[in-house]
Each structure stands twice: as C-alpha cells, then as structure tokens.
Design a protein around this ligand. Structure first.
Ligand SMILES: [Zn+2]
Length: 308
C-alpha cells in the first residue's frame, strides 16, 4: 500500500467516524397517547382543542369547558374530515386538528400551542403570536423530551405536548371551574391538618385526576367522592349532590355539585389528598393546576406547613 493510499484510507476512516457522529442515532421515544375528550370535561386540554377548532373556522369560545357548542363544532369538523362524527376528540380527530406552526406563525393554533406550553410551566402570553419567547419554550420542551429541538411544532411535538402525562393517564383538571375562585384561594391555610376548604356554593366539581371513584355519604363529610389512584386518595366533601356512580372516572369529569352537606359551617368544598392513608398538603398541587403546570407527585407533597 502506497503512502498516499494509506493517507486516503486514514481519511476515509476519519470521515466514517465523523459521519457516524452526525448520523441520527436517537431511538424514537414512545409517544404518549392522545387524550380522549368528551362533553362535560373541564380541563386546559379542552382549551387547546377549542383553539384548534377555532383555527379550523369554528367560532366557539376557548374556555376549557367542553359544552354543547364545542361538541357541535367537533362533530362538524369530523364530518368535514371524513371521520365518524361522535363529537369526542380522540386520536383520529387530534391528528386532523393539529397544524404545523413555527416562528412567525400567528394563529389560533399558536394559542393552542401556548396553552400547552403553559401546562408545562412556561408562562407565555396566549396571544397567538409565535415570537421569541414561544420559540425558546418550544425548543426547551423539545430538548427535554428527546425531540429534535428545531423550534418547529409538527405532529411529534404536538402529540408529546398534548398526550397524557406520566402518572396521570388521562391528564388532570382543577377540581372547580377556573373562574369560580381566585388563585389565592388555592393557597389557603384553614385547617388543623393538611386539607383545604374552598369557598364555593352550587358549582360543578370535577375529577382532579382519572381514577376509581367511590361515593361518600356520612355525617362529617356529608355527600362527597373519593378518587383512588394506586395508594393516593383524593377526597371531596360537602356536596349538594353527587353526579357519578362508583367506578372509573376521567380527569375533568363532573363528579358532583358543591354545597354544605355533612358537618359544614356554610357552603364550601372540602378537599384533601392522602398517600398511604397519610394526609398531604394539597395547596401546591392545586396552585400548580391553577397555573396550568404539572402538579407535583402527591408523595412529594409536604405533610406540614399548610395548616394552623
Ligand atoms: Zn374542611
């Protein structure tokens, strides 16, 4: 072998090594499942779907509340796209609703994107304008979720954003309509043990997570609901009426109407979280939901510092 061909061979080997470094070597992470949204749910993910429906020309309000108007719009969108028009927003409907957006885009779809990014703790203004802050939030989300951090929001990024959170198989929801209470109410200290009393009367109560519901009817709690997810129990008390049977519930599903049943001094929703039977402070969990972020795992919630 001549010196020249040895050098060429070495160069070729170096190029091959370099090429190996830049070839795609990432293994695609499994995408989370699309959530299935149905009439009656109340969740930030409903707001996302509403903005996407608006993007496709359906004049509905984006208020997180999956009511009759949203269902009609979903049915119309489904018929127009060759889908079975059941009015539920599941995998096939999501796939048609999403549109690729990137820096410079300005649309209702960008508002949907901003709502989603805010669920992950990015405090973006929901204005539909895909500028520098939204671009930075997208790239940060992409790089922390093993996605190509190119700032372009296509099908993989959308599904990763909207898909189920680990540990929350169908997302989560505030326990009350967002407009029912100010943020500060979710931070209140008003018990002698870890729990919270939310001052509302005769408003809808929603399942905070998906799990197994059981109805409560006894003298202290009054009418209420337990939702069990593994060793975690979420408890609601003092309902005026219960809207579910025992069994599976989905996050955002209406489970009752608040009131003053049981041992309640005036109407309010009593709410607490227990892990393995021990009370945890629910405030950080609720504030996080109010802010559209990912709530802490209940096992990581404090057991002190949230009561008198
Ligand atoms: Zn209470």
């Amino acid at each position: 072998m001549s010196k020249r061909s040895r050098v060429l061979g070495l160069l070729t080997a170096l190029i091959a090594v370099a090429a190996g470094l830049v070839l795609p070597t990432t293994t695609a992470a499994a995408l989370p499942a699309w959530p299935n949204l149905v009439k009656g749910q109340y969740s930030p993910i409903v707001t996302t779907a509403q903005y996407l429906l608006r993007h496709h020309g359906h004049d509905i309000s984006a208020d997180a509340d999956f009511g009759g108007g949203t269902e009609s719009a979903a049915k119309a969108f489904q018929s127009a796209n060759g889908l079975g028009s059941d009015g539920q927003i599941g995998p096939n409907t999501w796939s048609k609703l999403i549109v690729t957006v990137q820096r410079g885009s300005n649309s209702e779809a960008v508002k949907a994107l901003q709502v989603e990014l805010n669920r992950y703790g990015h405090g973006l203004t929901v204005d539909g304008d895909f500028g520098g802050n939204t671009d930075a939030a997208v790239r940060s989300f992409q790089s922390s979720h093993s996605l190509d951090a190119n700032g372009q929001v296509g099908p993989l990024t959308w599904q990763t954003l909207i898909g189920d959170f680990p540990g929350y198989p169908a997302g989560y929801s505030l326990p009350l309509p967002r407009g029912a209470l100010a943020r500060t109410e979710y931070d209140d200290v008003d018990h002698t043990y870890p729990a919270i009393d939310l001052p509302v009367n005769q408003v809808a109560a929603y399942a905070i997570v998906s799990g197994t519901a059981s109805r409560i009817s006894e003298s202290k709690c009054g009418l209420g609901v337990n939702i069990d997810v593994g060793n975690v129990r979420y408890t609601y008390c003092h309902f005026e009426s219960i809207a579910i049977s025992n069994g599976p519930v989905s996050a955002g599903q209406r489970i009752g109407t608040t009131g003053a049943s049981g041992n309640a001094q005036g109407p309010h929703l009593h709410f607490h979280i227990k892990v393995n039977g021990g009370y945890r402070c629910p405030q950080k969990y609720l504030i996080s939901l109010y802010d559209g972020g990912v709530p802490p795992a209940p096992a990581n919630l404090p057991t002190t510092g949230c009561f008198n």
